[in-house]
Design a binder for this molecule. Sequence first.
Ligand code: 5RP
Length: 236
Amino acid sequence: MNSPSDIDTLKRRAAAAAVEYVHDGYLVGLGTGSTVGHVVRALGERVRAGLRIKGVPTSQETAELAKSTGIPLLPDQDAWPIDVTIDGADQVDPQLNLIKGGGGALLREKIVAAASKQLIIVVDATKRVPVLGGPCPLPIEVVRFGWPNTARRIEALGGKVALRERDGRVFTTESGHYILDCRWDRIEDPAALEMQLNRIPGVVESGLFVGRTTILIAGTPQGVEVQKAGRQRGSV
Ligand code: 5RP
C-alpha cells in the first residue's frame, strides 16, 4: 500500500477521523497540504449541513479552498482564541515531535498552532519515524538579506543546506522569505536543535514542532491510529 492513490486513501481516513473533534461554535485553525485539503473539504460538508465554525487558514491555498467549501474565515490580523487546529506533517517521531514545512507554510502554521488549545496532526502512516531527519529535510524559513551567512551558521550545526527552488526559481514564502531545506541524518534532540536554530540571526522559524501536538491521527491500511501526547503509541 504505497502508491500515491493508496497513500491518499490513508490521508483521507485520517482527515475523516480528525473532523469529528470539531464541534459547533469552534474556531478552527486550518493547516496546509494535501491531507489538510481532505480535512477542509470534510469540514465544508459539515458546515453546509449546519455546523457553525470559523476558520483561521495558514496559507492562501487553504484560504481559497475553505472559502470555496463555505467555511467562513477570520481576518489575518485578529486575536484568535483557537479551539483546535488540524494540520499535516512531513515526519512524526514517537514523542509526536514533527518536521513540517514541506509546503512552505511553516511560519503561519507555527503561529496558528501556538494560538490553539489543541493541535491535531493528520498523516498517512508512512510519516511515522523512530527519529526525525534522514531523507526528510528540515525546512528553515530565513530572511533573504544575507541568507548565505545564515546558511553557514546552520551548516555549523551539522545541517546540509539547500536553498529551496520551485520551477527553476527561488521559492519565496507568503511572508516574503526564503526556505533552506536542511538535512540532518538523525535529529536526536529536536528541542535543543529548535532552540539553537532560533538563536541564529536571520532565521525566522524552523519546521521543528516540538511538544506542540495534542493528538496524532495516522491513517493506516487497517483504519486509523490515534495517539495522544504523553502516551505511548497504541495505548489510547
Ligand atoms: C505545509 C506542511 C504540510 O502539512 C506537510 O508538508 C504535509 O503535507 P501533505 O499533507 O501534503 O503530505 O507542513 O507547510
